[in-house]
Ligand binder design. Sequence first.
Ligand SMILES: *[C@@H]1O[C@H](CO)[C@@H](O)[C@H](O)[C@H]1NC(C)=O
Ligand SMILES: *[C@@H]1O[C@H](CO)[C@@H](O)[C@H](O)[C@H]1NC(C)=O
Ligand SMILES: *[C@@H]1O[C@H](CO)[C@@H](O)[C@H](O)[C@H]1NC(C)=O
Ligand SMILES: *[C@@H]1O[C@H](CO)[C@@H](O)[C@H](O)[C@H]1NC(C)=O
Ligand SMILES: *[C@@H]1O[C@H](CO)[C@@H](O)[C@H](O)[C@H]1NC(C)=O
Ligand SMILES: *[C@@H]1O[C@H](CO)[C@@H](O)[C@H](O)[C@H]1NC(C)=O
Ligand SMILES: *[C@@H]1O[C@H](CO)[C@@H](O)[C@H](O)[C@H]1NC(C)=O
Ligand SMILES: *[C@@H]1O[C@H](CO)[C@@H](O)[C@H](O)[C@H]1NC(C)=O
Ligand SMILES: *[C@@H]1O[C@H](CO)[C@@H](O)[C@H](O)[C@H]1NC(C)=O
Ligand SMILES: *[C@@H]1O[C@H](CO)[C@@H](O)[C@H](O)[C@H]1NC(C)=O
Ligand SMILES: *[C@@H]1O[C@H](CO)[C@@H](O)[C@H](O)[C@H]1NC(C)=O
Ligand SMILES: *[C@@H]1O[C@H](CO)[C@@H](O)[C@H](O)[C@H]1NC(C)=O
Length: 409
Amino acid sequence: MFKVVLVLVSLAARALAWDTVCAVKPLGGGQDDGPNINAAFEECSSNAAIILDGYYSVNTLLLAKGLSHVDIVLSGTVQYTPNIAYWSPNSLYLTYQNATTFWFLSGQYIHLYGGGTIDGNGQVWWDTFNTTGNSGTAGGSSTTFARPIPLTVGNASNVVVEDITEIGSPFWNNFVYQSTNVTYSRINISSVSYSSAPTANSDGWDIYRSSYVTIQDSTVNNDDDCVSFKPNSTNMVVQNMWCNGSHGISVGSLGQYAGETDIVANVFVNNVTMRNAENGARIKVFGGSPYANSTAGGGTGYVKNITFQNFYVYNVDNPMYLNQCYSTPAATCEEYPSTLSISDIHYINVTGTSSGEEGSVVVDLECSAECEDITATGTHLTAPNGTATYVCDKIATLDELDFNCTAPS
Ligand SMILES: *[C@@H]1O[C@H](CO)[C@@H](O)[C@H](O)[C@H]1NC(C)=O
Ligand SMILES: *[C@@H]1O[C@H](CO)[C@@H](O)[C@H](O)[C@H]1NC(C)=O
Ligand SMILES: *[C@@H]1O[C@H](CO)[C@@H](O)[C@H](O)[C@H]1NC(C)=O
Ligand SMILES: *[C@@H]1O[C@H](CO)[C@@H](O)[C@H](O)[C@H]1NC(C)=O
Ligand SMILES: *[C@@H]1O[C@H](CO)[C@@H](O)[C@H](O)[C@H]1NC(C)=O
Ligand SMILES: *[C@@H]1O[C@H](CO)[C@@H](O)[C@H](O)[C@H]1NC(C)=O
Ligand SMILES: *[C@@H]1O[C@H](CO)[C@@H](O)[C@H](O)[C@H]1NC(C)=O
Ligand SMILES: *[C@@H]1O[C@H](CO)[C@@H](O)[C@H](O)[C@H]1NC(C)=O
Ligand SMILES: *[C@@H]1O[C@H](CO)[C@@H](O)[C@H](O)[C@H]1NC(C)=O
Ligand SMILES: *[C@@H]1O[C@H](CO)[C@@H](O)[C@H](O)[C@H]1NC(C)=O
Ligand SMILES: *[C@@H]1O[C@H](CO)[C@@H](O)[C@H](O)[C@H]1NC(C)=O
Ligand SMILES: *[C@@H]1O[C@H](CO)[C@@H](O)[C@H](O)[C@H]1NC(C)=O
């Protein structure tokens, strides 16, 4: 049936590169193109190209599993319908933080590119979230309101995503889930609300249980993390980024769940322009907990070998922020310091001005157990009002910082 709309081309030139080409014809008139796109993922799942060069309205979960050596050439637009009743129970539930997705892209040697757009139609989701306060759960007891992620690269390896614009994401824009060797280049993200309802959870990228992920040469306009390294993100590179309105480049939060081990290691972040943001370079780890069943701290693991280099901040509340007592009462951290260690963290050339939101404080590095081998060089930060101040607590290597710290008040 799909063959009517799915054109199988075998142009001589293309055959050199691909065995099969699936060009998906848009149905038009607001009809659901999802089934035909899924048919292309089946038909063209190996040594193939899938051409998406029109405007596609999608009202069906996109599931691309087991792709191998597939080019997805998106020069058109994939727009998800703002159909809360359909998507909430039918998007794919990914458990971690109740994340759910419109599109699960899985397999190996996948190249998604083409200059096109993925439109999450986020406005209706943000407006509804603003009104109901329902943070949404898919797969769980409530399937009435779950805000899906426009693109998840999941259970995948050797994936390249390039030259794509993402607008209006209801939730995180990109999720890298249980994957390795994934590179994103030249991605433009804009999650901007046009009503009085703010966007919500509009992270540029979240990485979870993944390794060897590179994010580069991209722009992000949003109001949550620009890039966030969640539990078990290792060997990450983030470079040449322009982030506006965000919560910064963030490690964590980690250590939320007692009995769980969270690792973030070998992260290199270089050349980031951070404007109008809550944070610049951020690490957040929960404090300890006396309770073995705690869901508000007490997790273990480590954050190690993280470099934040060449950050240019403008109007940023906390240009350098490290907290090992995140979302935890101070008294609890005093008695039960975090058992998730933080070490080998390097700030190189973090420059610019803070917003003044934290008064004169431009650096805030507070550990609950002692943090080892934290260094800062080339720090040139100013506060809008008067002399900048730097707050540190339980940092073992104060002499490796190029500013003088004061204790938290
Ligand atoms: C996920 O949903 C459950 C309800 O099913 C809720 O208890 C839990 O707090 C949610 N988790 C997050 C991280 O939002
Ligand atoms: C991802 O891989 C895990 C482990 O192999 C598997 O249990 C899970 O079902 C996969 N998820 C999807 C959506 O395919
Ligand atoms: C990573 O993926 C790219 C793109 O598919 C591939 O060219 C490269 O060989 C992969 N690297 C490794 C180490 O597998
Ligand atoms: C991303 O935005 C920049 C600057 O606005 C623009 O030059 C570039 O063409 C955009 N890239 C894509 C893939 O749309
Ligand atoms: C968002 O919530 C605020 C506060 O409840 C309300 O004043 C505003 O009208 C809401 N906006 C929308 C678009 O729902
Ligand atoms: C730094 O990143 C910006 C994009 O934000 C880019 O224009 C510039 O070329 C990069 N600088 C270097 C030295 O790569
Ligand atoms: C992270 O990796 C460690 C070591 O392999 C493992 O013990 C832990 O369960 C993982 N944590 C998560 C959240 O996947
Ligand atoms: C530290 O992280 C960087 C960036 O990922 C990596 O190149 C380097 O090998 C790591 N160092 C160690 C000792 O693992
Ligand atoms: C942990 O277990 C205790 C009883 O052992 C219970 O009182 C408490 O509510 C539980 N806490 C959580 C966060 O589940
Ligand atoms: C830090 O900034 C200085 C002065 O601009 C520059 O010479 C140096 O190369 C930068 N360091 C790195 C690692 O980029
Ligand atoms: C700077 O100080 C002036 C005068 O005390 C005050 O009115 C203003 O709000 C301050 N601005 C910031 C960004 O803290
Ligand atoms: C730190 O304080 C010492 C002693 O007061 C002073 O000599 C030094 O110049 C200060 N360093 C910086 C970077 O302000």
